[in-house]
Design a protein around this ligand. Structure first.
Ligand SMILES: Cc1cc2nc3c(=O)[nH]c(=O)nc-3n(C[C@H](O)[C@H](O)[C@H](O)COP(=O)(O)OP(=O)(O)OC[C@H]3O[C@@H](n4cnc5c(N)ncnc54)[C@H](O)[C@@H]3O)c2cc1C
Length: 384
């Protein structure tokens, strides 16, 4: 993937925004575990929530790689802000754009693309996120002209903010002839009676991102809230997650790069044994390794994005990109914290936040084990 002038302009704009607007305030918001409404409002004005969506729906008419570039630059400074955009676009708006009817697109996209409203995607349940069909208990039954939804969802990003507008809920809507569950996605507007949003989780990281458990008790929505075709929910989320993995890979690369950025500054200033610590080869090698991981992970996600945009199969490349970049983020966060010594453990410096934020990258939108399963399947090992 080449960084054309247009992509580079976008990258620089988001880089400047992250540096000038996000960096000065995010540490305190993170400490207070506050959702960054003002930052979200400004990102909405910049068009970040509509990057890959056509202008007729209020989007920027760009592509998914543009979204990835923005996510990377945001995560160089803060991952909560980046995941808020990632989940809103990739999990909230894109399924409506890809699979929605003309009416659903017209109703939701203009508000989602401007960031006036956030969308969410409820797939994971308390009983399991890796084996989605096996762990799913949420049901939706058609009663006349309405779906009646019962069940619960776990760990849903952007689902309980003041500006959350709609959640795509994956639910069992019947049984197939072979006995497997028929899964469909149903759009549930925030505030629908019977749809309850629990208080936000207390998390290890991503403290400014909104993550909630959702429950549905005889929650009724119109039949036309079905997203796309009945029974296509599983296929929809497989496609959504393939794309989402490239986005999470970009976010991970941003975090890995942020660790390099912070260390390059710190090792010039911090003195030990008569020299800046960057004088010592042990520190130089650590930073060289961090740079190698970041660079190779970036190439992996650029490659996956290139195949995606060319309309070629990219499942394996997306899984590889997600696996290597989340590893890179985790390893870089650990090394950066070590290089910062005691200050690495203090919230005053961003590397401590990077350390706390890195772990989830090996879990969300498919764990590292799931990525390996996908890669092995693509190598033909799935049916052995
Ligand atoms: C902060 C946060 C935000 C999230 N946001 C969303 C969201 O917006 N929407 C949404 O739907 N979900 C969301 N999730 C859920 C996330 O995608 C799941 O947590 C993830 O997919 C893992 O599922 P699980 O937690 O149920 O783990 P499990 O599936 O229970 O897995 C537990 C462990 O077993 C391993 N494992 C499972 N099966 C196998 C196997 N066959 N072979 C080897 N190892 C295996 C897993 O890799 C993992 O290590 C979020 C999670 C978090 C923590």
């Amino acid at each position: 993937m080449k960084l054309t002038e247009e992509y580079e302009d976008l990258r620089k704009t988001v880089e400047a925004f992250a540096r000038d607007v996000v960096a000065p305030v995010i540490g305190e918001l993170y400490e207070r575990e506050e959702f960054p409404y003002d930052i979200v409002r400004q990102m909405g004005q910049m068009g970040l929530f509509g990057l890959p969506i056509p202008e007729e729906y209020g989007g920027m008419g760009g592509d998914y790689f543009a979204l990835c570039l923005a996510l990377e630059e945001l995560a160089r400074v803060d991952s909560s802000v980046s995941i808020t955009v990632e989940a809103a676009v990739s999990l909230g708006a894109m399924p409506i754009y890809r699979f929605g009817t003309a009416e659903q697109r017209a109703e939701w996209l203009p508000k989602l693309t401007t960031g006036e409203m956030l969308g969410a995607f409820g797939l994971t349940e308390p009983g399991g996120g890796s084996d989605v069909p096996g762990g799913m208990r949420t049901t939706a039954v058609l009663d006349g002209n309405e779906w009646v939804i019962n069940g619960s969802k776990a760990f849903i990003t952007n689902s309980g903010t003041d500006i959350t507008g709609v959640v795509g809920v994956a639910a069992i809507t019947g049984r197939r002839a072979d006995g497997r569950p028929e899964i469909s996605t149903i759009l549930v507007p925030a505030g629908t009676p019977g749809f309850t949003v629990a208080k936000k989780y207390s998390k290890v990281g991503w403290n400014c991102s909104d993550t909630r458990e959702l429950s549905f008790t005889d929650c009724r929505v119109p039949a036309e809230n079905l997203l796309g075709e009945r029974g296509r929910g599983y296929a929809q989320f497989l496609q959504t997650l393939d794309e989402g993995r490239v986005a999470i890979a970009a976010l991970s690369v941003g975090l890995a790069q942020g660790c390099v950025d912070e260390c390059l500054r710190y090792v010039r200033d911090r003195q030990a044994f008569g020299h800046p610590i960057g004088h010592y080869q042990a520190i130089q090698f650590k930073i060289a390794d961090m740079e190698v991981r970041t660079h190779t992970a970036r190439l992996a996600y650029y490659h996956a994005a290139e195949k995606m945009l060319a309309g070629e199969p990219f499942k394996k490349e997306a899984a590889i990109a997600k696996l290597v970049s989340s590893n890179a983020a985790m390893d870089n966060a650990r090394d950066a914290t070590q290089i910062f010594g005691g200050y690495g453990f203090m919230n005053e410096y961003p590397v401590g936040r990077f350390y706390r934020d890195a772990k989830i990258l090996e879990i969300g939108e498919g764990t590292s084990e799931v990525q390996r399963m996908l890669i092995a399947r693509q190598l033909g090992l799935g049916d052995l």
